[in-house]
Design a protein around this ligand. Structure first.
Ligand SMILES: [Zn+2]
Length: 152
C-alpha cells in the first residue's frame, strides 16, 4: 500500500507544516484509491483547536473535516486521511495518535525541525491490534530547493 501526494499538493502540505511551526499543524487529505495506491489530490488545511498545549498536541476542528468531506464529494472523491506535524520530534505516531486513530484512513505525520520539514511518514491503523502499520509515502520530503544564495 502506498500513499502518493500529487506534486502541487505536496508543496502545499510542506508549506502548511512549516507555517504551523513551532505549533502542531493538522488537516485533511482528500483523494481516491487507484489500484493499490491512494492518491492525495487535495490538502485541506485545518485548525488546531488545542488551547494550552499547541506545541505537542492537536485536535483537528471537526468543521474542517466536514468542509473537506464536502469538497471531496464535489470532486467525486473522498476523505482518505489526515495529517499533522511533530515540531522538533520524529515523524512517528505517538501513543495518543494511535489511540485516537480511526480505521480505514491514512495518517501522515510530518517532522518539522526549526521550521523546516524534515521527513513525513504514513500509517494506517491495524484495527484489531490497535496499532499503526507503516505505509509508504511519496514524496516523503520536500524536493531539495534552489541554493539559499541568489546569484549576484
Ligand atoms: Zn502526533
Amino acid at each position: 500500500m502506498t500513499v502518493v501526494v500529487e506534486d502541487d499538493q505536496a508543496v502545499r502540505l510542506w508549506a502548511a507544516a512549516s507555517a504551523a511551526y513551532p505549533e502542531e499543524g493538522c488537516g485533511v487529505l482528500v483523494g481516491h484509491a487507484d489500484g493499490d495506491e491512494t492518491r492525495v489530490t487535495l490538502v485541506v488545511e485545518g485548525r488546531n483547536l488545542v488551547r494550552d498545549r499547541r506545541l505537542d498536541r492537536y485536535e483537528l476542528d471537526p468543521a474542517d473535516i466536514l468542509r473537506a468531506d464536502r469538497l471531496a464529494r464535489e470532486r467525486g472523491e473522498e476523505v482518505v486521511g489526515f495529517y499533522h506535524t511533530h515540531p522538533d520530534h520524529p515523524a512517528r505516531p505517538s501513543q495518543l495518535d494511535t489511540d485516537r486513530a480511526w480505521p480505514g484512513y491514512h495518517y501522515v505525520v510530518i517532522a518539522v525541525a526549526g521550521g523546516r520539514v524534515e521527513v513525513a511518514t504514513a500509517w494506517t491503523l491495524d484495527e484489531p491490534a490497535r496499532r499503526f502499520d507503516a505505509v509508504s509515502l511519496h514524496p516523503p520530503r520536500p524536493a531539495s530547493g534552489p541554493p539559499d544564495h541568489t546569484p549576484s
